[in-house]
Design a protein around this ligand. Structure first.
Ligand SMILES: [Zn+2]
Ligand SMILES: [Zn+2]
Length: 192
């Protein structure tokens, strides 16, 4: 390796490229016909592709080593660790429709109302309900058509992990306003 100062003087060309996933940043010098080609790789978030620099905190997924920006939709915190969306979903799965169903159960609104509030089919709503039952987030009480759903402790953990990310979603914002309208009407009627 040559002394760095000497190399800098002989640099013919400098190329700046995005860094590979999982690597924070690197510099590379190549000698081509006695002239030096310098390649600098800059860090970008391996999730959203946003530029990472020294002024913003960078976090690393504990499972895969992806580098992540501090945006709520890129980094997820669970039991003191930080993870990318893919790996938090592996440990504690929760889809966006599952999140909507959970939100209804939390405020004691019929979860089937998700069809209306989020404009999804009954099939998609059923799938989300099953997902929550399978993950042990909710439990069913009573027999159809009088069955109700109750939230379990595990759901609170999932809720806390995903709420910052899903709350930024435009569809969720629309869903929330529909739910708020419904709850206002319910209150006005004095019943559920
Ligand atoms: Zn990001
Ligand atoms: Zn990961």
């Amino acid at each position: 390796m040559f002394p760095l100062q000497e190399i800098e003087q002989d640099i013919l060309e400098e190329v700046i490229l995005p860094e590979r996933a999982g690597v924070l940043g690197s510099k590379n010098y190549q000698s081509i016909n006695g002239k030096i080609l310098k390649t600098t790789r800059l860090a970008f978030c391996d999730s959203c592709g946003g530029r990472l620099d020294d002024n913003k905190p960078i976090v690393i997924c504990r499972t895969c080593g992806r580098k992540l920006c501090s945006s709520d939709s890129c980094k997820f915190e669970l039991r003191g660790g930080t993870y990318c969306q893919e790996h938090v979903q592996q440990m504690l799965p929760l889809s966006i429709h599952g999140f909507e169903v959970l939100r209804c159960v939390l405020v004691e609104v019929d979860p089937w109302k998700v069809c209306e509030f989020a404009h999804v089919t009954r099939e998609a709503c059923k799938e989300a309900l099953n997902e929550l039952l399978d993950a042990g987030y909710i439990e069913k009480r009573g027999v159809f058509p009088f069955s109700t759903y109750r939230m379990r402790d595990r759901a609170i953990i999932a809720w806390t992990v995903y709420a910052p990310a899903y709350s930024r979603d435009g569809d969720i914002a629309h869903f929330e306003s529909e739910l708020a309208n419904h709850m206002q009407e319910r209150e006005a009627k004095g019943c559920r």
